[in-house]
Design a binder for this molecule. Sequence first.
Ligand SMILES: Cc1cc2nc3c(=O)[nH]c(=O)nc-3n(C[C@H](O)[C@H](O)[C@H](O)COP(=O)(O)O)c2cc1C
Length: 260
Amino acid sequence: MNNNKMFEPLSIGKLRLKNRIAMAPMTRGRAGKERVPNDLMAEYYVQRAGAGLLITEATVISNQGIGWIDSPGIFTDAMVEGWRKVTEKVKPTGTPIFLQLWHCGRASHSDFHDGNLPVSASAVKLNGDNIHTPLGSKPYENPRPLTVEEIKATVNDYRKAAENAKAAGFSGIEVHGANGYLINQFLDATTNHREDQYGGSIENRFRFFKEVLEAVLEVWPPDQVGARISPNGVFNDMGCDDYRELFLYVTKEPLAKCSV
Ligand SMILES: Cc1cc2nc3c(=O)[nH]c(=O)nc-3n(C[C@H](O)[C@H](O)[C@H](O)COP(=O)(O)O)c2cc1C
């Protein structure tokens, strides 16, 4: 008898997964300069809909969030329409598809932002190999810390992106809090040197992530919201001494509201 549960269905809240295989989010860079999802991307996702759950490649929530060549976005009408083509093709397979929401923060370059510096929690440069920008391979730059007003505006960008994901026909969303991107840059003490309510204590460093989650949870019910973290991950020059306390805190009450 086959006792392997991998291919058995699973219910998570309202979601019905036909098996227990989930496709991890993977950046492809196929959306072109306009960052609008296209037929090739629809074909790519439908080819993978044998999985019980699809999580899309990271998708930028705003112009300011950009940091990767030709990655898709979810902040214009054309992007919403492009993603709708993807979700409509996946829908008949019965596999739920979640959109991963992304802001690169300092893992970006002024070449993506008309010469303006990328933003982060604090002015801490990513020490690493060069970044590929539309103008070539360039060293990372010292990012500009976001003001409190800009933080609030960024939270609002996440809310709008969550609304756009709904309009595009997704089954849910995943907030990308992992792998050294903006949310992770707020979480880690190494990249967050702020002295306001968004820095210092673990509670303060978590505040931006918490506000983002609260904003998207106004748009989607908890069983259709995921959050990705990478405790003690080192990708993008990350890692901090108090990661155990930090991620134990993060995974307790606030993230427990999300189910995937
Ligand atoms: C080419 C590539 C693109 C990736 N893009 C994303 C992404 O967009 N979002 C994300 O959260 N993780 C991304 N990842 C990380 C993967 O989801 C996964 O966590 C990583 O490959 C480790 O998985 P493994 O332990 O099964 O090898 C990417 C990884 C690779 C290799």
